[in-house]
Write a protein of this length. Structure first.
Length: 95
């Protein structure tokens, strides 16, 4: 029981020293800098995620149809070359 009291007193002394050390001007400045670093990192991470979402959806909506059309055009050219270079006959209705 005596050693438990001694241990409790030692912990209380360490806690009081630690709290006193954390209240110094230098410690406050370090905490403030740390806070701003963490806040900036969070903003960067979330901002990067938002930017990635915008780029990804833009690719899906605008670039992928273009890629599909280019691929279809390449297949048409390949088919025309396989037919001997003759373009397919398209009959246009008269207006």
């Amino acid at each position: 029981y005596v050693s438990l009291l001694r241990c409790h007193k030692m912990l209380a002394a360490v806690q009081s020293r630690l709290s006193a050390a954390l209240e110094t001007r230098r410690a406050k400045k370090a905490r403030r800098i740390g806070f701003h670093v963490v806040r900036g990192a969070k903003k960067f991470i979330f901002g990067t995620g938002n930017a990635a979402w915008v780029v990804g959806t833009t690719m899906l909506v605008m670039v992928m149809p273009l890629a599909f059309e280019i691929e279809r055009e390449a297949q048409l050219v390949e088919w025309e070359n396989a037919q001997g270079g003759a373009a397919p006959q398209v009959i246009m209705p008269k207006m």
